[in-house]
Design a protein around this ligand. Sequence first.
Ligand SMILES: Cc1ncc(COP(=O)(O)O)c(C=O)c1O
Length: 365
Amino acid sequence: MSVKPHLKSLKPYPPGKTIEEFKKELSISGKIYKMNSNENPLGPSPKVLNVLRDSLSQINYYPEASYKELKSALAKKWDVLPEQIILGNGSNEIIDFLFKALIDSHEEIIISKPSFLMYEKFAQIYGVKIKTIPLTKKLTHNFNKILKSITKKTKIIFLDHPHNPSGSVLNRESWEEFLEKIPPHVLIVIDEAYGDFIEDPSIPLGIEFLKKGYKVLILRTFSKAFGLAGLRLGYGITFLELSKVLDLVRQPFNINILAYKAGLAVLEDKEYIEKSINLVKEGRKYLTDELKNLGFKVYPSQANFIMVDFGEKVEFLYEQLLKRGFLLRPLKAYGFPKALRISIGLPEENEAFIKNLKDILNVLS
Ligand SMILES: Cc1ncc(COP(=O)(O)O)c(C=O)c1O
């Protein structure tokens, strides 16, 4: 047996470790502050938990195959047709569908470097060429350079917005100017995994551009503001010609019955969603202000995390915080060796983080 040659250099995705993994590794028995994977710190919606309890007795059955109800609920939320929604086992799976349905191995994708790692990962799996464009100095997507690097072979441009790991965003004028110049053979994927946390009104959502007729696909997830990361549920919204094809390449029952029921339930739990979003907005401001007061560079973020430059002390601070139970994401692999990404926690978790950081800094001085 021999594997496809282009897969030989494939490396595994580096996931944020779980609480159990860390407890074991570090022999920590106290509280673990999980601030490394941009999950929802509130825990799941209580309404979801009730629905899941009731649904457990049905897991011997396949789910309803067309996922009509969830597609309709999402279509209503975004004011589009249910047929324009494509559901995935996490929004990651929609990225997979795009490669399956659209890209031949002689074609290429364009991504920013760094950005969400899965665009690159899927391109490697499918043996597709990747063009990487460095971010601007402000750590935003470099639209000018991206436009210049489009060729006849370019099939998809993946843009996480807000960007991961910086949390950066771009305003309406920049997006419009960019989209106007995109040739018709190129699809723009606007990945709004963190779109729910955008607070600045000058920042547009992709849906606006889809409705104006631009050839875009918007990625959305239930993993962040909706608190269902462990169940894996995401979706794409796009124009009919594309959504139909994407729906054809998915395996039947790609959304499991619990994820499906939970998705329907959380969409109705407006109170939970609002609470999740407000928690992030308030925590983001608190952490940004406190860290800036301590003299660290905090990149402006519209996501549920912040990227912080800790300078030369970064490794020491990371290790010391880890010993105290704070799990953060080092950004060396993303090209920022002095920075850490911190997911926004509950108010008491954010306060505990700042208190512990101050204690460590005091010992240092
Ligand atoms: C930019 C971005 N897109 C997509 C995802 C994946 O989301 P999902 O859990 O829906 O697969 C993530 C996860 O962290 C992300 O950061």
